[in-house]
Design a protein around this ligand. Sequence first.
Ligand code: AMP
Length: 194
Amino acid sequence: MPKPNSICVYCGSSDQGPDSHRQAAQDLGETLARNKIRLVYGGGQIGLMGATADAALANGGEVIGIIPQFLKDLEVGHAGCTELIVTDTMHERKRKMVELSDAFAILPGGLGTLDETFEILTWRQLRLHDKPIILVNIDDYWSPLLALIENQINENYVRAEHRRLYEVVDRVEDILPAITRSPVSEELVMSDRL
Ligand code: AMP
């Protein structure tokens, strides 16, 4: 696909992870800004989410945060976003994040990140969208998850070709090349069913 206009980043709201994770979040925010790619994310000011947004903004990037009203206080809605969209529900938030993005990058995170990751993976499996999904395996953080998926394939719960739903990269600088390498989908995608 050509260079994306916007990338959705899913990542943790925690500040307590290793420094390498925070560094990756900052590097990704900076990379997006320098490449004039809009960051779409969950709108929080904390954790890797906040670190990504801060780095994008500090480098002149455009940042769209999408946060439900009830989380705005809990996760501290980022006041510096170019645009902060406040939704009524979590579902509306997640749908909007997908609609406004051309591709997805997944950094380390917790249960919320897993929820978002599996939602876009399964939506792609169901052909509700066909946007590239890049799992950023910083310091092997996602390797246990990848092993679980391999186990699901071995036990015939996941089809082997569904490995193609996502691409794994080890470094932030490999994200954009992985996205632009992805073929443009020519198949019917039923985005109206999201
Ligand atoms: P976490 O990875 O748990 O730190 O969460 C990262 C982001 O995912 C936060 O903005 C959460 O609000 C969000 N999130 C999305 N879906 C969910 C969900 N079903 N449960 C918890 N958090 C979620």
